[in-house]
Design a binder for this molecule. Structure first.
Ligand code: ASP
Length: 342
C-alpha cells in the first residue's frame, strides 16, 4: 500500500517542478508582449468644470497645451531618454503656458503674491527634490530637479530655495513675469468681496506628469501655484513627497491635483503605491479606492494620474473635470477634460 503512494507523490512533485518554470516563462512573455515600451501621462489640474461654460476656443487651447506637453515628453521617451527628462520636458511647457496654475499662470495668495510649489521623484533609487513658496524661479520644476540631483537635501522653501536655484544656474525672473490678467482679476474679486476665502476654493490648473521609460524607470513630478487666495506661507500637497508626488519602480508613479490639505493628510500618492506593494492591489483598484472612495468620503475634490511598472495607467478624479492626457509607445496621444470623455 505504501509503495504506490510514494511513487505518486514523487511523480507529482516532479511534474510541478517541470511545469512551474514553464508556466512562469509563458506568463512573463505574455507580460512582455503587452507592456508598452514607454508611457507618459500628464494632468493640468482637476476641479469643477462646467462644459456649458467653457467655449470651444478655450477647450481647444487647453487641449493643444496638453498635446504639446505630451509631444515634448514623448520625443524624449521615444529616443530612449529617461522618464525624468520626459516629465520635466512636459511640465516645462505646462509651466510656461499661462492657462495652467503653475509657473507663468499661477494664482495669487492673499497678499497678492505668487508662491509656487513643485516636486519630482525618481522610482529607481527613490531620489526626490522639492521647492515650496518660491516666487522668482521661472520654472520651479527645474529647481526641484536641481535639488534632487544635488542630493544633499530633499525640500527647500522660500528664499533658501531661490538662492539655491540661482547658484544652480536656473533662470529667475521678476515676479511681474507671472502676471496674468484673469488670475489677478480673481484675486481682486476675492479680496474685495471676501467671498471664497475659506475652502473649498475651486482648484484647477496644477500640472503634473508621470512616465515609464524604455529602461523600466518610473518618474513623477508636480508643479503648482497652489490654492487661490491661500494664506502666506501655506504649502500644499504638490511639493510634499508621498502626498502630491511619488515614484517607486516596484509599484507606480503618481502625480496628484486637488484640495491639498486632504491630500497631505491622506498621504495620497504614497498610499496608492503602498496598497499595490503591501496589499497586492492593482493600479486600478488602488487609485479607485483612494480617489473615488477615501478622498470622496472626506469631500476632498481632486484626482491623480498614475502609471505602474508594467505600463498600466489610471487617471481617476472625483470632480467634474480634470485636464489630462496620455501617450503609450505605438499609440496615438489622447487628451481629455470631462468625465464623459474617458
Ligand atoms: N493640490 C494643489 C494644492 O493644494 C492645488 C491643485 O491641485 O489644484 O496646492
Amino acid at each position: 500500500m505504501k509503495k504506490p503512494n510514494v511513487s505518486f507523490t514523487s511523480v507529482f512533485i516532479l511534474l510541478v517542478i517541470i511545469l512551474l518554470p514553464l508556466f512562469g516563462i509563458s506568463q512573463q512573455s505574455l507580460k512582455r508582449e503587452t507592456k508598452p515600451d514607454y508611457v507618459l501621462v500628464i494632468h493640468g489640474g482637476a476641479g469643477a468644470m462646467d462644459r456649458s461654460k467653457m467655449s470651444a476656443e478655450a477647450e481647444d487651447a487647453y487641449k493643444s497645451g496638453l498635446m504639446a506637453a505630451l509631444e515634448a515628453g514623448e520625443k524624449i521617451l521615444k529616443s530612449g531618454g529617461s522618464s525624468t527628462d520626459a516629465i520635466v520636458a512636459a511640465i516645462l511647457l505646462l509651466e510656461d503656458n499661462p492657462l495652467f496654475n503653475a509657473g507663468r499662470g499661477a494664482v495669487y495668495n492673499e497678499a497678492g503674491e505668487i508662491a509656487h510649489d513643485a516636486s519630482i521623484m525618481e522610482g529607481n533609487e527613490g531620489k526626490a527634490g522639492a521647492v515650496g513658496a518660491v516666487g522668482i524661479i521661472r520654472n520651479p520644476i527645474l529647481a526641484a530637479k536641481a535639488i534632487m540631483d544635488d542630493g544633499r537635501h530633499v525640500f527647500l522653501i522660500g528664499k533658501g530655495a531661490e538662492d539655491f536655484a540661482v547658484k544652480a544656474g536656473i533662470d529667475t525672473v521678476n515676479p511681474s513675469y507671472f502676471f496674468t490678467q484673469p488670475r489677478w482679476d480673481s484675486y481682486e474679486k476675492t479680496r474685495q468681496t471676501r467671498l471664497e476665502r475659506e475652502f473649498p476654493l475651486n482648484p484647477k490648473g496644477t500640472v503634473g506628469a508621470v512616465a515609464l521609460d524604455k529602461n523600466g524607470n518610473l518618474a513623477a513630478g508636480t508643479s503648482t501655484g497652489g490654492m487661490h487666495y491661500k494664506r502666506v506661507g501655506r504649502l500644499g500637497d504638490a511639493p510634499v513627497i508621498g502626498a502630491g508626488t511619488w515614484a517607486d519602480n516596484k509599484s507606480c508613479a503618481i502625480s496628484a491635483t486637488g484640495h491639498g490639505e486632504y491630500f497631505i493628510r491622506s498621504a495620497v500618492a504614497h498610499d496608492i503605491a503602498a496598497r499595490m506593494l503591501y496589499g497586492n492591489q492593482t493600479l486600478e483598484q488602488a487609485t479607485d479606492d483612494v480617489v473615488m472612495k477615501k478622498l470622496k468620503a472626506l469631500d476632498a475634490g481632486g484626482g491623480i494620474i498614475a502609471v505602474d511598472k508594467d505600463g498600466n495607467i489610471a487617471m481617476p478624479f472625483n470632480t467634474s473635470g480634470m485636464f489630462r492626457g496620455y501617450v503609450k509607445a505605438g499609440e496615438k496621444a489622447n487628451v481629455a477634460i470631462y468625465e464623459e470623455e474617458n
